[in-house]
Write a protein that binds this ligand. Structure first.
Ligand code: AMP
Length: 209
């Protein structure tokens, strides 16, 4: 019985393929040269599903994938899932979830206007801070919101900080550290225990080296 592994498109996919290859899991076709979304693996009888990031937890929660590999930001944003376990930090895709605002402009008193794509993470953070906010949902390029005076602050992923600097913004508070995680469907943890466990142990060894 093979494993069904759901991976984020893009950055995570590129960084994960070498890790999986080191565990002898490789797609039977070049994913860059194909428009297929489900690949068989060359050995082991597994399947690799290429998904939109936000859909990886959904697939794993519903058990259509046994394993998902996605960012901690996606897992946190997905919310209190009961259908999967987070089993491993792959040590790649490291960055931080941060608040940021225009350089030298203090945050206004009163209700803070916050633009983000990470609505749940942002809500939780400001609830903990006991700060009243008005959330503005964007689907990307949050940096533009303060420039257009759509918001006072943004909540976004920061790696080098270059994107913030290029848009006249400065990082303020760190909400949490982010990296790529492996999640496992609860039922698969039991029904496919040996295969899941073997993959986790192999990946752990690859990550540690
Ligand atoms: P940077 O300019 O290096 O701070 O990168 C910031 C932008 O890159 C953010 O707006 C994110 O969308 C994206 N980014 C950087 N690192 C990651 C990551 N590990 N996972 C997802 N997106 C990232």
């Amino acid at each position: 019985m093979g494993l069904i592994i759901a991976l984020n498109k893009g950055r995570i996919f590129k960084e994960c393929l070498p890790l999986l290859a080191a565990c002898d899991i490789a797609p039977d076709e070049d994913p860059d040269a194909s428009r297929k979304l489900i690949f068989e693996t060359r050995t082991g009888g597994h399947q690799i599903i290429i998904a939109r990031s936000a859909d990886v937890p959904t697939y794993v929660e519903h058990g259509v994938a046994d394993i998902g590999i996605t960012g901690k930001d996606t897992i946190l944003e997905y919310g209190g899932a009961m259908g999967f376990y987070e089993m491993l930090d792959l040590g790649i895709g490291k960055c931080r979830m941060m608040t940021a605002g225009p350089v030298g402009v203090p945050e206004p008193a009163g209700v803070l206007r916050v633009a983000t794509k990470f609505i749940n993470i942002t809500k939780d953070y400001y609830r903990q801070q006991e700060r009243q906010v008005s959330l503005i949902k964007l689907s990307g390029a949050m940096e533009i919101a303060p420039l257009l005076n759509l918001s006072d602050t943004i909540v976004d992923i920061v790696d080098t900080g270059n994107t913030l600097v290029a848009n006249g913004l400065e990082a303020r508070a760190t909400i949490c550290d982010i990296s790529t995680r492996l999640i496992v469907n609860r039922a698969s943890m039991k029904t496919k225990f040996d295969e899941v466990n073997e993959l986790i142990q192999q990946l752990e060894a690859v990550v540690a080296s």
